[in-house]
Design a protein. Structure first.
Lengths: 301, 261
């Protein structure tokens, strides 16, 4: 059995001239909580659609749970909980949707469904079309989480949820999935939430995966180094993600080997002011190249 | 479980249809106590018939041609349900991410819808025949286009014609709903109107050419059916059935090629 729940190689999905997914190489380990991060239009949702067979790849290779979505999408869907759009069958109540969904999944758990309904404070007797945006999201999540899936793919799972419910949901996901050895793949631009539960992170922009790795490793390796002076000799260091100069100082962001970089600077006579770690939001902004430019509030959220 | 979803969507249509059938049945008992028929008979084409025996065929002929409209509506209504409706309502991703092939959803919708249509067509025709029988008792064969034909034959042919008509409308609307993501009724009605206009234009400029009738109205009129009976009615029915079946096949192929959004 492959150690990867999801694996893509040079995956492409084009819509005419638009390259929604453009050579994506991604590796999601089995049993991991994987945060798939990207701005609006980065290619997150399209990637999930392709991985589940809802959309056809234009090129490249992929495996999901050791199966090819192009030929085995039914088998993949039988083992995968999925939330993309927050729209279910409008005329059905929550209970109707549970009844409808149950028949498709042999490992469906009514106990879990009841638990999530309580935790998420859902009125299961209301028709879906009469639910608020937040409650629609909750119901989508309830259905995906109750089907006993090995792999859960969630696209913006906390969109529209208030902070209390978001907190409850994240707890539930960690307790019921991360600790059960199942793979949880969530795309989001709510970086603080991802940072709270994810073990692995992939950052996508313009359909390409710019960074992938363990979140702990990113926290350990990414550093911001501030140095006195504006005309420093060291600009060709291989692990520099970005450098900015202004007001008598130069600021570098490095993806690795910050200690060696600092030692090199000091050996050349530079004065290092400080070396600080980066949180996920800062890493994200640096990687997508928006660290010093205007970034929408959505990304910063 | 999926059939339960289609049942939820179609149950009101089915219930209304059955209620109308029930109303007809009630009216048969309420208003038609039975027609005694004439005492004297006559002979036509070697068959001895009551004069009243032309009456049932004529009544059935008229009513059956009027039935074209509700049957077409029934087909349009059933075709607007199922997977096409989900695509239109934005829940297509949810439906098609349930672990079944896209063909499963199409043929489940189609077979369950057609089963309901079959029941409605059978019930409607049976009640109509019963009501006519209460008005003018049917005894033996009736005259159609000068030919003696058993009422059972007429009944079966009317049911087949009704099923083919409603089935074609159902298939056309279903395919249109998949194609246009939920706006199938509009497109199907547009196709029917365009078909009528095209026929009129062709008939006006090229009177010798007769385009095939999409609504199958010729099958709903006994006179044409019986005339067609001698003229390869079986082949005609098979071709109409193939046309009716081609729509769900096209819907399946379309869904299998299309990205679900």
């Amino acid at each position: 059995m492959n150690d990867l729940a999801i694996e893509t190689h040079a995956l492409h999905k084009h819509y005419g001239d638009i390259h929604a997914v453009d050579g994506l190489d991604m590796h999601v380990p089995r049993g991991a909580v994987y945060g798939f991060l990207g701005r609006n239009g980065a290619g997150k949702t399209t990637t999930i659609r392709v991985l589940t067979g809802l959309a056809r790849a234009t090129g490249g290779g992929m495996r999901v749970l050791d199966l090819d979505p192009r030929t085995d999408s039914v088998a993949i869907l039988a083992r995968t909980g999925l939330v993309i759009e927050k729209m279910l069958i409008p005329s059905m109540t929550g209970n109707d949707l549970v009844r409808f969904n149950r028949g498709f999944f042999p490992r469906w758990s009514d106990t879990l469904a009841a638990k999530y309904a309580e935790v998420l404070e859902l009125d299961m007797k209301r028709k879906f079309k009469k639910l608020s945006t937040g409650n629609r999201t909750k119901l989508c999540l309830l259905l995906a989480l109750s089907q006993g899936a090995e792999l859960i793919l969630l696209d913006e799972p906390t969109a529209g949820l208030d902070p209390v419910v978001t907190d409850q949901l994240l707890r539930v996901m960690v307790e019921d999935f991360a600790n059960e050895g199942r793979t949880l793949f969530l795309s989001s631009h709510h970086l603080s939430e991802v940072e709270r539960i994810a073990e692995w992170v992939g950052i996508i922009d313009h359909g390409k995966l710019l960074l992938e790795g363990r979140l702990d490793d990113m926290h350990s390796n990414f550093r911001r180094v501030r140095v006195v002076g504006e005309a420093l000799p060291l600009t060709a260091w291989p692990d520099i993600v970005s450098s900015n100069t202004g007001e008598g100082t130069t600021e570098y962001v490095l993806r690795a080997d910050a200690d060696a970089f600092v030692a090199q600077l000091v050996s050349q006579g530079a004065t290092v002011l400080d070396v600080t770690p980066l949180n996920l939001s800062e890493i994200f902004l640096e990687v997508v190249g928006k660290g010093k430019t205007n970034v929408s509030m959505e990304v910063l959220a | 479980m999926y059939l339960w979803k289609y049942w939820r969507e179609s149950r009101i249509t089915f219930a209304v249809g059955m209620a109308l059938v029930g109303l007809l049945l009630w009216s048969a008992f309420k208003f038609h106590a039975g027609y005694p028929g004439p005492a004297t008979g006559y002979s036509e084409n070697g068959v001895t018939l009551n004069t009243a025996q032309n009456i049932p065929a004529q009544i059935y002929l008229v009513i059956a041609s009027v039935l074209t409209l509700p049957l077409a509506f029934l087909g349009l209504r059933y075709g607007s349900l199922g997977a096409g409706r989900d695509l239109g309502e934005g829940s297509g991703w949810f439906l098609f991410s349930r672990p079944r092939t896209r063909a499963f959803f199409v043929w489940s919708d189609w077979s369950y819808g057609m089963a309901q249509i079959l029941l409605l067509v059978l019930a409607l025709n049976a009640v109509l025949v019963f009501e006519i029988h209460r008005m003018a008792p049917i005894r033996g064969p009736v005259l159609v286009a000068g030919e003696p034909v058993s009422m059972a034959t007429i009944f079966v042919l009317h049911c087949v014609a009704g099923l083919l008509l409603a089935g074609s409308m159902f298939g056309l609307t279903y395919f249109s709903s998949v194609l246009t993501r939920g706006r199938g009724v509009t497109l199907a009605v547009g196709v029917i109107v365009a078909d009528v206009i095209a026929k009129s234009v062709v008939k006006h400029y090229w009177p010798d050419i007769t385009l095939p009738n999409l609504t199958l109205t010729e099958f709903s009129i006994s006179r044409s059916m019986i005339a067609g009976f001698a003229d390869h009615l079986g082949l005609s029915i098979a071709l109409r059935a193939a046309l009716a079946l081609s729509f769900p096949v096209a819907a399946q192929l379309l869904l299998q090629q299309r990205d679900i959004d």
